[in-house]
Design a protein around this ligand. Structure first.
Ligand code: CO
Ligand code: CO
Ligand code: CO
Length: 325
């Protein structure tokens, strides 16, 4: 029994103002306060993925903001969540993590309002972020329409590169590029997207592009076709994937998605590994009407998002399936 099954044993709250709850596996919960304002709430934290505590703080905080951006929202406040081995680690380490997080909170234009810390054998850090959105402008997983184009705003491969980093295989430049990519907020992408108006959005994290695209396909009752040669990938990721540096989560993603996949027989298995790669602080996957796609791409390029690529299309059939070409 996995965690999802355990969660499914709970009866979920229903409320006329609960606009997005837990049952649709969306990025965040959304609760209507007034006809004009809905509250977005989300929480994310994890164990270190880079060695530098300040960078870890930046990455964990950046990742935590993504779920608010993926709902089409604007973040307002953030709270720290800290699990810290106080007997084994220096207090300066914790200070650096929190400083990194705070820098990102300010970049996001949000305010740090508090938090909670506990002693734990394993270090963990993240944020609970609260944002707002107009109730009519929420971007859920369920809004993708046949004919939409799918646009991705960061390259894939952070799971593979983080695995290589843990194995001591990255040089300083590769480490720095990886860190900056994961510490890049999806703020610019979200602002361009919400200005233009799109049909659906999610952020790419632990389930990889395939897993998160599948959530959209299921929730929107559509088919998603991914053009694998169009998907932006961190240049070194292919080489490290060929060396077998695949995180465990990516294998699980491939296994989980397999029954919903229609894969072209010519697809290189390494490409499959990259499409399923579990991302940390990945980009936004945006489902946009074809006639707005040019405007969205131009806006993303203007704001210099890490990637701005059409990677797929939405079709009406077969429902809840990902086709990889
Ligand atoms: Co998300
Ligand atoms: Co999340
Ligand atoms: Co969303």
């Amino acid at each position: 029994m996995d965690l999802t099954e355990i969660l499914n044993c709970l009866t979920f709250d229903k409320h006329p103002d609960l606009l997005v709850g837990i049952e649709t596996s969306d990025d965040a919960g959304v609760y209507r306060l007034t006809p004009e304002i809905a509250l977005i709430q989300t929480l994310d934290f994890f164990t270190p993925i880079v060695n530098d505590p300040y960078d870890f703080g930046r990455i964990a905080a950046t990742n935590a903001f993504s779920d608010v951006y993926a709902m089409g929202g604007k973040p307002l406040t953030a709270m720290n969540i800290v699990c810290f081995p106080i007997k084994e680690l220096d207090k300066d380490t914790l200070r650096a993590i929190l400083q990194g997080g705070l820098e990102v909170i300010h970049k996001a234009g949000a305010v740090m309002v508090g938090g909670h810390s506990v002693e734990d054998r394993e270090l963990k850090y993240g944020l609970s972020v609260t944002g707002i959105v107009h109730p009519d402008k929420i971007l859920t997983n369920a809004g993708a329409k046949p004919g939409d184009l799918l646009i991705l705003t960061k390259p894939l491969g952070t799971g593979i590169l983080s695995t290589a980093l843990k194995g001591g295989k990255l040089n300083e430049k590769q480490t720095c590029n990886l860190t900056e990519l994961m510490a890049t907020l999806n703020k610019d992408a979200a602002e361009v997207m919400t200005d233009i108006g799109v049909n659906a959005c999610t952020d790419i994290t632990g389930f990889g592009l395939l897993g998160h695209a599948l959530e959209i396909a299921k929730a929107s009752n559509v088919s998603i076709r991914i053009y694998s040669d169009k998907v932006p990938v961190i240049s070194d990721a292919i080489e490290f994937a060929s060396m077998g540096m695949i995180p465990e989560g990516s294998h699980l993603n491939q296994k989980f998605c397999r029954q919903y996949l229609d894969i072209s027989p010519e697809l290189d298995p390494i490409t499959g590994d990259i499409l399923a790669d579990a991302q940390t602080s990945g980009g936004l996957l945006i489902s946009v009407p074809e006639e707005k796609s040019k405007q969205l791409l131009n806006g993303l390029i203007e704001r210099k998002t890490p990637a701005a690529k059409v990677i797929g299309e939405v079709f009406s059939e077969p429902k809840g399936v990902i086709q990889i070409r």
